[in-house]
Ligand binder design. Structure first.
Ligand code: GDP
Length: 618
């Protein structure tokens, strides 16, 4: 039953000595959920009814217990792990989820290869850094001087990943400079990068996106190699760059740290070989290995629907070997690799670990970040794809939730959480740093609080993706996410806690650790409007000609005035008018005129967020 042995069976096909990743599950049954010595053991999401039967507690009591925690459920509703945990603790059981690793959940398979089957594989590298610091120029410099496939001629490149060779060793680059792709992948649970090359321009130094890249790499646990670029420029000061980086815990070897760094000029193609040699050296230290003698498993890097050829995807083979003709499951569909090409359109028969390939033959367009697995037989691929479709339906029914503060204590006590990841966004760097220091001080023997990122500025898409990828909670201090960011947070089950007083943030965290989050008063956003015109009216003050962009505004409601994501003023609506008349409320899609009590410095482009405090069941 325990998955691992399933994935070691030899394939009998004499023409292929690759090991299959899969043995059909037919005839095997999952153990029924049961209580064993005070511990409730289960393996998949259960409905309230099923849980009631398994732990011998009336369904009504379960529904009531969850209601008291603020969760409304019905008897047929599938409960997620958190809800199951809450119920178990409430009724005096410990609980444990047994992971049944089956091919339908191949994302979770931890492939353990016999060390003797492992061979070195090329490192997979992503280039990150601040805009204009030279990422694209560096990619071009690397590509033009070190392409592997010389037969293809030129440097025309068809896909967003490629390999180069230095001293007979290959390096795979993922060619999507920028952080969005990296974080989006991680948010989907995919980790493809072994090394991040951080490009910092010597004439500009450490900039906001440099820091963002550092945060992302650190959160993903990926080592950084610093490439100080543009050293050909007159004002370039590489030493200063390394000094600046040190302030952010990226400590170069020359300062006694373990971060390798190299001075380059991407434009003049200087230092490129040194950089590549350094990457190869780092890779050697990381002892990156894979087993080429198994069917491939890996990740979709990009995909498109080609008008002529159908679904087309760039895959990164992470373990095993992908052969043309293999059957591949990706997402909930499967297909046969009809043609496989490298970045120069050369047709490949076989792609060993760390090779990026463009494939056609899939039956639908997968999403970037989807994992794939290859199978020797169509029948197996079909079966797995069907199982995955079913599993996905079940998961959709149960809903998932990321870390939430109010459940933190339960999770900590149940030993499910040892590390709490936090992101702090604030109106100033000073406050962000102060919050970071104080939050981290709250770590105890049981839990460690990691502040992944603490910086000034509005809560952004990138913050949400980082939070989602790292199961982090976001604390916003005197900043407000806009409606779009809020929605993204909701979709990704990311919790955002907003405050305007420092000790409230700390109190809340402390309370959460003790299991006493004050949920009596929670904020509920009523709606948002955009200020489009400003009218100065004698005796009245500044009136904001506004357009309600979501929800509604209510006269007398509490409001915040937000400029570039930062809360400028927190107060109350003064007057609310449509044309000349005072109105009680104005809905989404309508214009209105508004004033804010005691505040006149409204500007065009400001956002007004109306909210109320509502009582929430304990
Ligand atoms: P990206 O936004 O990080 O991809 O940056 P680009 O590669 O587009 O480079 C931004 C600008 O910096 C371009 O005008 C490049 O020509 C220039 N640049 C990049 N590398 C160097 C370099 O090593 N030296 C100098 N002098 N300019 C460079």
């Amino acid at each position: 039953m325990k998955g691992k042995s399933n994935f070691h069976k030899k394939n009998n096909n004499p023409h292929q000595n690759r090991v299959s990743n899969f043995t059909p599950n037919k005839g095997k049954k999952e153990a029924a959920p049961k209580v064993n010595g005070g511990v409730f053991v289960y393996s998949k999401p259960l409905s309230v009814g099923e849980l009631s039967k398994a732990i011998a507690v009336p369904a009504n009591d379960i529904i009531k217990a969850l209601f008291m925690q603020g969760k409304m459920v019905t008897i047929n509703q599938i409960l997620d792990d958190e809800a199951i945990g809450t119920v178990c603790l409430e009724f005096g059981y410990d609980f444990k989820k047994e992971k049944i690793v089956d091919a339908a959940h191949f994302e979770d398979i931890e492939i353990v290869d016999d060390p003797e089957n492992l061979v070195e594989r090329p490192p997979v590298v992503t280039i990150m850094g601040h805009v204009d610091h030279g990422k694209t120029t560096l990619i071009d410099a690397i590509r033009s001087s070190h392409i592997v496939d010389t037969e293809a001629g030129g440097i025309s490149q068809e896909i967003g990943a490629y390999q180069v060779e230095i001293n007979g060793k290959k390096i795979t680059f993922i060619d999507t400079p920028g952080h969005a792709a990296f974080t989006a992948m991680r948010a989907r649970g995919a980790s493809v990068t072994d090394i991040v090359v951080l490009v910092v321009a010597a004439d500009d130094g450490v900039m906001p996106q440099t820091l963002e890249a550092i945060d992302h790499a650190k959160a993903a646990g990926v080592p950084i190699i610093v490439a100080v670029n543009k050293i050909d420029k007159p004002g370039a000061n590489p030493h200063k760059v390394l000094e600046e980086l040190m302030a952010h815990d990226v400590i170069a070897e020359e300062f006694g740290g373990d971060v390798m760094s190299v001075n380059i000029s991407a434009k003049k193609k200087q230092g490129i070989d040194e950089l590549l040699e350094m990457i190869a050296l780092k890779a050697e230290m990381l002892e990156l290995k894979a087993n080429p003698n198994r069917y491939a498993i890996g990740t979709v890097l990009e995909s498109e629907l080609d008008k002529g050829e159908g679904p087309k995807a760039t895959l990164l083979v992470q373990n095993g070997t992908l052969n043309a003709g293999d059957f591949v499951v990706v997402g909930e569909t499967y297909g046969k690799i009809r043609r496989m090409t490298n970045e120069h359109r050369s047709v490949l028969k076989s792609a060993p670990p760390s090779t990026p390939v463009s494939v056609i033959g899939l039956s639908s367009v997968p999403a970037a970040g989807d994992r794939f697995m290859a199978f020797p037989e169509e029948r197996q691929a079909k079966e797995v794809a069907e199982e995955r479709a079913l599993a996905k339906q079940n998961e959709a029914r149960s809903g998932t939730s990321a870390m939430s503060l109010s459940d933190l204590n339960n999770l900590v006590n149940a030993g499910k959480v040892k590390d709490i990841n936090v992101i702090v966004k604030s109106d100033s760097n000073g406050t962000a740093e102060a919050l970071k220091a104080n939050l981290e001080k709250m770590s105890t023997d049981k839990v460690k609080i990691h502040v992944l990122l603490a910086s000034a500025g509005a809560i952004s898409d990138s913050d949400i993706m980082l939070a989602s990828a790292s199961h982090a909670i976001i604390f916003g201090f005197a900043v407000r996410p806009d409606a779009r960011v809020r929605q993204l947070a909701e979709e990704n089950h990311v919790e955002i806690r907003l405050h305007n007083i420092i000790y409230e943030v700390l109190d809340e965290m402390e309370a959460a650790l003790k299991g006493m989050v004050d949920v009596e008063k929670v904020e509920s956003v009523l709606g948002e409007a955009e200020i489009r015109h400003i009218y100065k009216i004698t005796h009245v003050g500044t009136v904001g000609g506004s357009y309600v962009t979501s929800g509604l505004l209510k006269s007398g409601a509490k409001v915040r005035l937000i400029r570039s994501g930062v809360v400028i003023y927190d107060g109350k609506l003064g007057s609310l008018k449509r044309f000349k008349d005072d109105v009680k409320e104005v809905k989404d899609g309508y214009e209105c005129g508004l004033t804010i009590e005691g505040y006149n410095d409204i500007k065009e482009g400001d956002r007004v967020e109306a909210y109320e405090l509502v009582e929430k069941a304990e």
